[in-house]
Design a protein around this ligand. Structure first.
Ligand SMILES: [Cu+2]
Length: 622
């Protein structure tokens, strides 16, 4: 140790002094600058600050941010929000010791010109003057080195903010602007970051469980504007409710959908780096709900920023699962009941169907790579009958029929099951130690214990179920499956259903591939020319948010007709015939209608977002 000391001292002397100013989280509720006579004047300053994403009492990190000159700094940087037609005069002063290139301070909704980028040397001040442009959700950002948002990782990663243009003549909507950022020191070659890494995903400058808690009342109309200033793709998932994706943007243009057109309903929307979307939803049921990224590695509790280790995962299991085991891109939403005149409890409309879903150990696992699986029991029937327990048994429910599913935990660790995409009561939603209402919260299911989930699926479609406690470990061990809701289970024809259920292999040695229907080598399907098949593509993989599923004849995609997304039928104008190519984020499902028009061999091919094959399933057409 003494021998190392001079070297450490030299390193310490070489490091720039830690910034003394501490940034506050930015809730993005008010625009920066002064709006007068149709002109927004704002003085932005790039400076080095300390950011504490885990709260004021937790360790911080040194990052660069934009702040308003003379005002406290925040993460993310100041919100610029103006009515359409406003002229923006933004002075940008660079108080950093390196030059920055600023992007996004130019007119929105038109092709980008050279004015969109502005180099500001250290100590310099430059002015951007422009008319705001088309209404929508945008962002501005800067970097000392990277030419792209996705290339930023460390100190530059928080250098930016949201930019919103409201329609002319309207007051700003009562919406919330949610800016996602990511600070990371290192990522491995695959860009996959694990629990042990020191990194931070944040929404409006804070990581779960320190993100803002949102509160609404049943029946409110809620609007979120999502802005991804991070270097990663985030499939954002809302529990319990569909939301309407009102617009999608690339930061330069925002494709606000025709208000008269059909809604784009989803429970999960993929958000690549630099992109934006706007969502509207109505919380119709009281209780606690989550809105979170469905890439499980983006909702892990990460190591404290001072580098101290986390307790081992199993030890953490004894605490509040959602608070203590999740982190990063999670928002908690409390929905208060709307006061109503009490009505007498009505008798159940129809008898409740009773199922048991048993989580248990499968054969072939190790302590490091456990093998778990589900067994579905109904009366004397058990599915599957033997091992291996992969994939989870498909749960087939009848639309409108009340169901009781008793989850029995035969594991040696707590678990909980989330019925992903189902509109149900909060208490049964399966987020351990979080779902429910104050005083009536559903705990994690302890080993040897059970939990009865009750719901009545209101619509037919393709859904999924998976644990919402220690998701990375339990899903990789084999706990997940498809949940199909149909109008008439007796008439359900599995021979005309082509399931493409994408999950993660149990062993890390197989991590360069994915499982299709629980297998690295899925068995072939036999289809008949001219008959109509429903292809259900489901992604419950814990990471890989950009996979693409295709149905190919040789190397060319056949065509299919889109019929549903996230379990919800598409309106006629969106149910179009298109090439059989679909990108799919974690927690998304897509249904297609496929009618093979000639005999021969097809295959389902699942690749990474850049085309690297991950899995293939043969289809023989006779
Ligand atoms: Cu994510």
């Amino acid at each position: 140790m003494p021998r190392l000391f001079p070297a450490l001292l030299a390193l310490a002397l070489l490091r720039p002094a830690a910034p003394t100013e501490r940034a506050t989280p930015n809730d993005n509720r008010a625009s920066a600058g002064t709006l007068r006579s149709g002109v927004l004047t704002v003085n932005l300053e790039a400076r080095a600050i300390e950011w504490r994403p885990d709260g004021d009492d937790a360790p911080g990190i040194a990052v660069r941010v934009f702040a308003e000159a003379g005002k406290p700094a925040s993460v993310p940087g100041p919100l610029l929000r103006v009515p359409e037609g406003t002229e923006i005069r933004a002075l940008v002063h660079n108080a950093l010791d390196a030059a920055i290139v600023v992007h996004g301070l130019s007119t929105r909704g038109v092709p980008l010109g050279p004015a969109d980028t502005m180099r500001v040397g250290p100590g310099e001040t430059r002015e951007a003057r422009f008319v705001a442009g088309a209404p929508g959700t945008y962002r501005y950002w800067a970097a000392t080195s990277s030419p792209t948002i996705g290339g930023r990782s460390g100190a530059d990663s928080q250098l930016g903010g949201a930019f919103v243009v409201d329609p002319r003549g309207t007051a700003p909507a009562a919406d919330r602007v949610l800016v996602i950022t990511l600070w990371q020191q290192d990522a491995d070659a695959a860009g996959i970051t694990g629990r042990s890494d020191v990194l931070r995903f944040a929404i409006n400058g804070r990581s779960w469980p320190n993100t803002e808690r949102l509160a609404y009342t049943e029946g409110d109309t809620v609007r979120f504007r999502l802005v991804n200033l991070s270097a990663a793709v985030h499939p954002m998932h809302l529990h319990g409710f569909y939301f309407d994706v009102e617009s999608r943007g690339d930061g330069t243009r925002d494709s606000t959908y025709d208000a008269a057109g059909s809604p784009h309903l989803a429970v999960t929307e993929r958000l690549p780096p630099g992109r934006t979307f706007t969502m509207r939803w109505v919380p119709e049921r009281a209780g606690n709900w989550l809105f979170h990224c469905h890439d499980n590695f983006h909702v892990l509790r990460n190591r404290p920023l001072d580098g101290t280790p986390l307790p081992p995962e199993q030890a953490v299991h004894t605490h509040d699962h959602t608070r203590d085991m999740m982190g990063g891109l999670v928002m908690g939403i409390a929905v208060r009941p709307r006061p109503v005149v009490a009505v007498a409890a009505s008798a159940e409309a129809s008898p409740r169907r009773r199922l048991r879903l048993v989580a248990r150990t499968d054969s072939g696992g190790t302590d490091a790579e456990p093998a778990y699986g589900y067994v579905l029991e109904e009366g004397a029937r058990t599915v599957p009958n033997g091992g291996p327990l992969l994939p989870g048994p498909t749960i087939l429910l009848k639309r409108g029929e009340p169901v009781s599913i008793t989850v029995v935990n035969r594991l040696r660790e707590p678990t909980a099951v989330h019925w992903h995409g189902i509109e149900l009561e909060s208490y049964y939603d399966g987020v351990a130690d979080f779902s429910g209402t104050p005083g009536h919260i559903a705990a994690a299911i302890a080993p040897s214990d059970s939990f009865e989930a009750r719901f009545t699926p209101p619509r037919a479609g393709t859904f999924m179920y998976h644990p919402h406690a220690d998701e990375v470990r339990q899903q990789q061990a084999g706990l997940s499956g498809a949940l199909l809701v149909v109008d008439d289970p007796a008439a359900y024809d599995a021979a005309h259903d082509v399931m493409v259920l994408i999950t993660v292999p149990r062993r890390d040695a197989d991590r360069d591939r994915v499982l299709l229907n629980g297998s690295l080598a899925p068995s072939a399907r036999e289809l008949r020319v001219g008959e109509r098949y429903r292809v259900r593509v489901i992604n419950i993989h814990p990471y890989r948010p950009s996979m693409i599923a295709r149905v190919l004849r040789d190397t060319a995609a056949v065509t299919w007709r889109a019929v549903a997304k996230d379990g919800r039928d598409l309106p006629p104008d969106q149910a179009t015939v298109r090439p059989a190519v679909q990108q799919i984020g974690n927690g998304e499902s897509y249904d297609f209608e496929l009618v093979p028009n000639e005999p021969g061999d097809l295959r389902v091919l699942v690749t990474t977002g850049t085309g690297v094959p991950l899995a293939s399933m043969p289809i023989h057409v006779r």
